[in-house]
Design a protein around this ligand. Structure first.
Ligand code: ASP
Ligand code: MG
Length: 308
């Protein structure tokens, strides 16, 4: 049963209302920034024959319509690459459904339905989108510090100013310093955002590009928030040549049939590109200084919790 008491309590939470007021401004600042950078906004895709495989989440949300099987979007990665055939710079506020493990219910950071700002740039390098991400992040933080100071004061949040360029460390260095499970430890050890670079192939999806001269290492990144808030965004350069994509799908042990449409598109020619996905609820949580991601949106759905 849906817990109506919890739902009503949420609706009357001052913290949640303030956070959503801040979020409204965040979304407007993001749009303002990207439109100025000549991006085109796409409407979200909710169902599609293919979606992000996300190897660590095996449960697939499926809907059947007219005898066709659609997947519920886990991310619009393949649509982003495809859309670059029409426009050089695209973004979307994309709703994603990821059936997270039940143990993550009270992590403070996981929702099974969330929205990410998903963007992709034709012929861009990781360096290009890293720079774009830093400028976007600083612009939004500055805009909120100026334009939502009342809400932040009421929330008791002192939001620092962040000046790019941000620190960079490699995945290998992070593991060496903090061990395999490093995300939160690294985040808690920092007062400024930090870029985490060069993930090993095993821990990422097949679409992030492998270095030509470093087999098994990817030209990708995460941005990690300071103060223990964990991951802000993930992205990287993409594989775009059909043979390389086939090879990467094979290495993941995925049946290529499942991605036949994508392989056909790649055969027709995808542009080289780079991009990232930036979680809106997590950004709201960080900006507002909240413990519980359940306070960053109405109708929040935590793992293994039945909600409206
Ligand atoms: N597809 C990634 C994700 O949703 C983001 C990206 O690489 O653009 O986690
Ligand atoms: Mg990620």
């Amino acid at each position: 049963m849906i817990d109506i008491t919890r739902l009503l309590e949420e609706m009357s939470s001052t913290e949640l209302r303030l956070a959503i007021q801040v979020q409204t401004k965040l979304i407007s600042l993001i749009r303002e920034f990207l439109l100025r950078e000549k991006f085109v906004e796409l409407l979200p895709v909710i169902i599609s024959p293919i979606t992000d495989p996300l190897t660590d989440f095996r449960v697939r949300g499926e809907v059947e319509c007219y005898g066709y099987k659609y997947q519920i979007t886990k991310s619009m990665i393949f649509h982003k690459q495809t859309a670059l055939k029409a426009f050089p710079r695209i973004f979307c506020f994309s709703p994603n459904v990821r059936i997270e493990p039940a143990e993550r219910q009270n992590s403070g950071r996981h929702l099974i339905e969330f929205v990410q700002l998903d963007l992709e740039v034709r012929e861009a390098s990781r360096e290009d989108v890293l720079g774009l991400g830093e400028r976007l992040f600083s612009y939004v933080i500055e805009g909120i510090r100026r334009g939502a100071d009342e809400e932040l004061t009421l929330l008791g949040r002192k939001l620092p100013e962040f000046k790019p360029p941000f620190e960079r460390i490699t995945y290998e260095e992070a593991v060496r310093e903090f061990g395999q499970d490093f995300e939160l430890k690294l985040s808690a050890a920092r007062q400024e955002p930090v870029w985490l670079l060069d993930f090993p192939l095993e821990v990422r999806e097949f679409y992030d590009r492998e270095y030509n001269n470093r087999p098994g290492v990817l030209v990708d990144m995460d941005l990690i928030y300071p103060e223990g808030y964990g991951e802000a965004l993930s992205g990287g350069e993409r594989e775009y040549q059909v043979e390389r994509i086939q090879e990467r799908i094979r290495k993941k042990g995925i049946n290529p049939e499942a991605y036949a449409i994508y392989l056909k598109l790649a055969e027709s020619g995808l542009y080289p590109s780079a991009g990232f996905g930036f979680g809106i609820e997590r950004l709201t949580r960080f900006v507002c200084g909240l413990k519980d991601i359940g306070r960053t949106r109405l109708f929040a759905k935590k793992p293994a919790q039945f909600s409206l």
